[in-house]
Ligand binder design. Structure first.
Ligand code: GDP
Ligand code: IMO
Ligand code: MG
Length: 422
């Protein structure tokens, strides 16, 4: 039995897509289990490049089963666009499977996300993620994939739309929804995806019984988890290992490997506390060199040093078995590197990650490291003989020792090949 899960260890965009594309080779099913099209997972092999939002990050392997699990909220427009783009580029999606229990993002969710974020200031992706998970929890105003095939869809849309117009007007905004247009679009979407829609919990558990290998693809990152992240500056779903179970129907005891992905530094998009943020020229240098601009929204990502307090916390919450460290190339050529090993809060030193307001007050306590200077040729050499310069080894050993987690892979560029298996 091999069921592994990929988890973002920071605030998202750790390079999960790239690593999933590499690991997918050894798995039969790749399963998205949380979030929605707020995710942007980049995969790149030569001039083939995709930023995927809903379809699992294994489109370069036509034979693999690509499952969108029950924990995902699906925006029909995004999914149809993505299916078209992938197919037009020549990649088969014959093995796409969509959970009948996944929820659907509708026009009012996006509109409400915009309105609420104007007031809340979380800096969401404006994809309607929060409002659609809110409806999921509310139950009466949610529509799932299976509901798209019900005869009462027209009435459901009319009654939900009426309610949403009132809610939007309570925010002081006027809106209209064209129920017929929404209905027709949903029906045409439902027709197009009908062959792919299944009870994915049975599908995946039967696959496990048949000794198939499953890779669970997490979206976002641990610090954006609605329970364990930097609330309220989080996303609206769980992003940690537990969500891999609830979002797929695979029981916890059947997940035998948790692979955490972390950058060699830290980034964050949107608002919220970020103790190791670099707001100076160095932060800008990292942003430019690392191409730190959002895959989904294009927003510049905030950049800072690696935060070990946060990383150790993530390893604890997720039960991380292995770490993959990405973007080591971006730190090349810096004389000095820093890792945050503790916070000072109200004059007291702590190694605990506070998920409450206090994080805003956290001042990072740093340990310094000597930088490395490795060019492309140097990285290729490391890949070949697995021998690292002393400075790089010290940096990685420190992370591994402190998190009590082995590092199974390092990444030094966006390409599939730019990876060292350790
Ligand atoms: P995800 O959401 O975790 O899948 O990450 P994103 O795709 O949103 O962002 C990661 C970005 O970094 C993408 O543009 C990747 O192509 C790129 N990337 C991944 N690994 C590396 C690496 O080791 N070095 C560099 N320079 N870029 C990388
Ligand atoms: P991947 O899967 C980075 C952030 C948003 C915002 C907060 C809430 O590519 O790592 P939401 O639209 O989810 O309600 O926004 O969460 N966010 C992400 N940041 N990577 C992501 O996904 C993200 N998905 C959401 O920027 O701060
Ligand atoms: Mg991303």
């Amino acid at each position: 039995m091999t069921v592994s899960t990929i988890i973002g260890m920071q605030w998202g965009d750790e390079g999960k897509g790239k690593i999933i594309d590499i690991l997918a080779k050894d798995y039969d099913y790749i399963v998205r289990f949380n979030g929605g099209d707020n995710a942007g997972h980049t995969i790149k092999v030569g001039n083939r490049k995709f930023g995927l939002h809903l379809v699992p990050s294994c489109i370069f392997y036509p034979e693999k089963f690509k499952v969108i699990g029950n924990g995902v909220v699906i925006n029909p427009e995004t999914l149809l666009k993505e299916i078209n783009e992938v197919e037009n580029a020549g990649y088969s999606l014959k093995n796409l499977i969509i959970s009948e229990a996944a929820h659907v993002i509708l026009q009012w969710h996006k509109e409400l996300d915009g309105i609420e974020d104007e007031k809340g200031g979380i800096g969401t992706t404006k994809r309607g993620i929060g409002p659609s998970f809110a409806d999921k929890a509310s139950r009466n105003t949610a529509i799932r994939i299976c509901d798209l095939y019900n005869d009462n869809l027209k009435e459901r849309i009319a009654s939900i739309a009426e309610l949403k117009i009132k809610i939007i007007s309570a925010y002081g905004k006027e809106t209209k929804f064209n129920d017929d247009e929404i209905l027709n679009k949903l029906k045409s979407f439902a027709e197009k995806i009908k062959p792919f829609v299944r009870n994915t919990s049975y599908l995946l558990n039967e696959a496990i019984d048949k000794k198939k290998k499953i890779l669970l693809e997490g979206a976002q990152g641990t610090l954006l988890d609605i329970d364990h992240g930097t609330y309220p500056f989080v996303t609206s779903s769980n992003t940690t290992t537990g969500a891999a179970c609830t979002g797929s129907g695979i029981p916890p005891k059947k997940i035998n490997k948790v692979i955490g992905i972390t950058k060699a530094y830290t980034t964050r998009v949107g608002s919220g506390p970020f103790p190791t943020e670099l707001t100076d020229d160095l932060g800008e240098k990292i942003r430019q060199k690392g191409g730190e601009f959002g895959t989904t929204t294009g927003r510049p990502r905030r950049c800072g040093w690696l935060d070990l307090v946060a990383l150790k916390y993530s390893a604890m919450i997720n039960g991380t078995d292995e770490l993959v460290i990405t973007k080591l190339d971006v730190l090349s050529e810096l004389d000095e590197l820093k890792i945050c090993v503790a916070y000072e809060i109200d004059g007291k030193k702590t190694e605990e990650f506070p998920v409450i307001e206090k994080l805003k007050l956290a001042k990072p306590v740093y340990t310094s490291f000597k930088g490395w200077n490795i060019n492309e040729e140097g990285w290729n050499k490391i890949k070949k003989n697995k021998k690292m310069p002393k400075e790089l080894k010290e940096y990685l050993d420190f992370i591994s020792k402190e998190t009590k987690t082995k590092i199974s892979m390092i990444s030094y560029g966006p390409e599939r090949e730019e990876t060292v298996l350790l």
